[in-house]
Design a protein around this ligand. Structure first.
Ligand code: NAP
Ligand code: F7E
Length: 321
């Protein structure tokens, strides 16, 4: 089995690459050209994978790597994934997260229609939610250019399945986190901030809307669901979530209390981190994934928060020694 992962240098790409190597896949990662290489999430497996340059913006580069590498499975994880940036760079976000998906699908259609395809769809598509919990049949109302672009990526994946019979799958993943999460996302910003305050490197943490609620799971659990979707006889769309929701404030409280600190002494709110349009509440229903894929999350919310705080404590303590 040969897998091509776009976005291999990201949080999910690195966990997925590990999982596929364990299953004895040949793994190729698509990376975009940069003047400085930042492969820190895959450094520990770099001898076991190959990295090839291509870009979601460049159709021919995608066709060429699929032609050359001939994967049996393609996981399209590459994207501009930070919601606030999508208001500042809406056109680029659309090029990466919407039209980029069409470029991937076109390349597969051209080279080999038997290649199985995974699209990284998102709970941000539900946005201003129409029902609680959200499932595969819940209609979309995205609240950011990111969410809007992901809706396009989702439907073009469905469309290529229906138009050309591709084994094209869309995973509607709710927020998933880990010690490898980018530092600008709220969970990692909090756990990094907690560790800095505990170690005396900082004395406050500025956040935006503390009332927003998310269904947070562990990224290592969620990449397993991606792989399971591509092992089914029939392609499909699946919500992947824990079924539980917590506020940003609850995340903050648990993270600070894990190192015996009272968050009220350190957390300040800053309007710079408040969004033009917010997604107030996300809570997913992953019953279909449980029934068809046998998928269930293994790491609880409490375990996730502690894992992330512990990892940031360890990283920052060793860097200050
Ligand atoms: P991430 O850590 O931000 O990683 C994004 C990856 O995309 C990076 O490897 C990045 O490469 C690559 N990339 C961006 N633009 C590219 C381009 N033009 N050409 C080639 N590669 C490009 O994101 P993640 O958290 O792993 O998420 C993976 C996917 O799932 C994304 O599509 C995201 O939108 C989606 N998603 C994430 C969540 C979540 O909670 N994590 C939930 C639902 C859906 P560089 O290293 O060069 O920047
Ligand atoms: O925000 C609130 C913020 O940036 C979560 C991406 O992976 O998941 C992610 O998108 C919530 C929002 O993730 C701060 O307003 C408060 O309500 O961690 P986040 P996100 O926007 O939910 C989805 C499923 C994806 O698909 C995306 O790619 O936290 N919040 N204060 C803050 N958020 C940030 N970033 N920073 C703050 O200071």
């Amino acid at each position: 089995m040969r897998a091509l992962i776009t976005g291999i240098t990201g949080q999910d790409g690195s966990y997925l690459a590990e999982l596929l190597l364990d299953q004895r896949y040949e793994v190729t990662g698509m990376v975009r050209r940069s003047s400085t290489e930042s492969f820190e999430r895959v450094n520990h497996i770099k001898d076991k994978i190959s990295l090839v340059q291509a870009d979601l913006l460049d159709q021919l580069s995608i066709i060429n790597i699929i032609e050359e590498f001939r994967p049996t499975e393609v996981y399209n994880l590459a994207a501009q994934s930070f919601v606030p940036t999508s208001w500042n760079q809406p056109v680029l976000t659309g090029q990466f997260d919407a039209i980029g998906v069409t470029r991937m699908l076109e390349a597969i259609k051209l080279v080999d229609k038997k290649i199985r395809f995974y699209q990284a769809s998102s709970s941000e598509m539900f946005g201003k939610v129409k029902e609680v919990p959200q499932k595969e049949t819940t209609s979309f109302h995205p609240r950011s250019p990111y969410g809007v672009a992901k809706v396009y990526g989702h439907w073009i994946t469905v469309n290529y399945r229906e138009s050309y019979g591709l084994h094209a799958n869309s995973g509607i993943l709710f927020n998933h986190e880990s010690p490898r999460r980018g530092l600008e996302f709220v969970t990692r910003k909090i756990t990094d901030g907690v560790a800095r305050i505990k170690l005396g490197l900082s004395d406050k943490l500025a956040l935006g809307n503390l009332d927003a609620k998310r269904d947070w799971g562990f990224a290592g659990d969620y990449v397993r669901a991606m792989w399971l979707m591509l092992q089914q006889d029939e392609p499909g769309d699946y919500v992947i979530a824990t079924g539980q929701t917590h506020s940003v404030e609850q995340f903050v409280s648990l993270a600070f209390s894990h190192v015996d600190l009272d968050y009220k002494k350190y957390v300040v709110t800053d309007p710079r981190f408040v969004r033009p349009a917010e997604v107030d509440l996300l809570q997913g229903d992953a019953s279909l994934a449980k029934k068809n894929l046998g998928w269930e999350p293994r790491v609880s919310f409490e375990e996730l928060v502690k894992m992330m705080v512990d990892a940031d404590m360890e990283r920052l303590s060793s860097s200050t020694k």
